[in-house]
Structure formats: C-alpha cells, structure tokens
Design a protein around this ligand. Structure first.
Ligand SMILES: [Ca+2]
Ligand SMILES: [Ca+2]
Length: 90
C-alpha cells in the first residue's frame, strides 16, 4: 500500500500512477531483453550458474515453472521480433 501525506487535495486535479516493473526475460536485470539473457538462462539450465528465485521468476518466460532451453529460445524469438513482448506469436 502506498500512502501519501500532507497533500492539499484542493491543489490536485488528477492523479496518475505509472508502474514499470522488470521485463519478463530480463534475467540479468539490465532493463532490456537481449541474447545475453538467453545465454544466462541456458547457463542456469545446465547448472553452470545459479539463479536467485527472483531471477528464476523473470527467466521462466513460458511460465511453466522451470527453466529450460525453451525459455531461452522463446526469449531469442522475442528479441528478433517473432513473438511480442508478452511472448505471444505475432
Ligand atoms: Ca537483460
Ligand atoms: Ca520455463
């Protein structure tokens, strides 16, 4: 919950809130989806690196609960415009 104090509501004629979260697939949390994220996913898949739970969440782009090469492949498809940023076919 967000609470704002000491605001004179007489001076407010509108409220706009924009929330921007981390992009799904942004495994390295650099703000963009790149092949570097796909590479990290593959490395995590084959236990060459370990992901935090948060990284696992953002790397599981097909939302099946596990990290596989399918996540990396889907991310590459998104990167090259074959699926949209929701990882749905265009
Ligand atoms: Ca990234
Ligand atoms: Ca997955």
């Amino acid at each position: 919950m967000l609470t704002l104090f000491n605001i004179d509501t007489a001076d407010v004629d509108g409220v706009s809130i924009k929330l921007e979260g981390r992009k799904l697939g942004d495994a390295n949390n650099d703000g963009s989806i790149t092949t570097a994220d796909a590479f990290l996913i593959v490395k995590a898949r084959f236990n060459q690196i370990s992901f935090t739970e948060n990284q696992r969440f953002y790397a599981d782009v097909n939302n099946d609960g596990s990290l596989t090469t399918a996540d990396a492949f889907l991310l590459v498809k998104q990167r090259f415009g074959q699926v949209d940023h929701y990882y749905q076919p265009k």
